[in-house]
Design a protein around this ligand. Structure first.
Ligand code: PGA
Length: 250
């Protein structure tokens, strides 16, 4: 089976102009690129990344407003992102759900705004430590997907990615084992398959790094990674991307 991988960097609130110059001078375009590499910087650096990054790299924002225009201080609309040729947007990251009280209702609106503006959403879902311990993982995932996605939305001409990010694994150094992650990915796949016949790539996030990327990416239902901490090191991020290249190209 020819499985395309999506290897995405979530820089969160990190970077500077000099960081961007250094990053892309070490990450050169000689790497093969049959898979997709996506870099999501803070909004203020989107332009610098677009200008500096090798052409094969796609750019993504980390958030999008659920409104179109107007008095929403600090927000950035889908139209503005599209104006800057931003191709992806992370939506519903657990840090935004937690620190900015983003609800599933708001996340759905944001997905719709991304789609209206031709930007591919990366929908983040995942359970907390407590929910996993209480054996609620599948219920939480089921609810997060069904309250945001439906067959009408998935029928739109857009490349949606779903990122499974167990909250307890984000930035903690704890990673879901490949089997644990694959089980949830397989479950997500089964729910989404009820809504669409399109194949929706499901990527894993939560302390993915060079040392664990191969075993995770080799799992049947894992189509890539959303990488935070390890993506701040250009060579480590490139190595993860190259691992995906090696797996894909056999
Ligand atoms: P991490 O972050 O790789 O640092 O765990 C992933 C994410 O939050 O997207």
């Amino acid at each position: 089976m020819d499985k395309k991988y999506y290897i995405a960097a979530n820089w969160k609130m990190n970077a500077s102009l000099s960081f961007i110059d250094d990053y892309f001078s070490s990450l050169d375009s000689n790497s093969e690129n049959s898979n997709e590499m996506i870099v999501c910087p803070p909004d203020i650096y989107l332009q610098s990344v677009i200008k500096t990054a090798p052409k094969f790299i796609k750019t993504g924002a980390q958030n999008i407003s659920s409104h179109d225009v107007g008095a929403y201080t600090g927000e950035c609309s889908g139209e503005m992102l599209a104006d800057h040729f931003v191709q992806y947007v992370i939506i519903g990251h657990s840090e935004r759900r937690q620190y900015h009280q983003e609800s599933n209702e708001e996340i759905k609106l944001k997905i719709m705004k991304a789609i209206e503006n031709g930007i591919n959403p990366i929908l983040c879902i995942g359970e907390s430590k407590k929910e996993r311990e209480l054996d609620q993982t599948f219920d939480v995932i089921n609810n997060q997907i069904r309250s945001v996605l439906d067959s009408d939305l998935l029928s739109k001409d857009i490349n949606m990615l779903i990122a499974y990010e167990p909250i307890w694994a984000i930035g903690t150094g704890l990673t879901a084992t490949p089997d644990m992650a694959n089980d949830v990915h397989s479950f997500i796949h089964s729910i989404v398959s009820e809504m669409t016949s399109k194949s929706i790539p499901i990527i894993y996030g939560g302390s993915m790094k060079e040392s664990n990327a191969k075993e995770l990416l080799e799992m049947e239902h894992i189509h890539g990674g959303l990488i935070g901490g390890a993506s701040l090191d250009a060579s480590e991020f490139l190595n993860i991307y190259n691992i995906a290249e090696e797996i894909r190209n056999g």
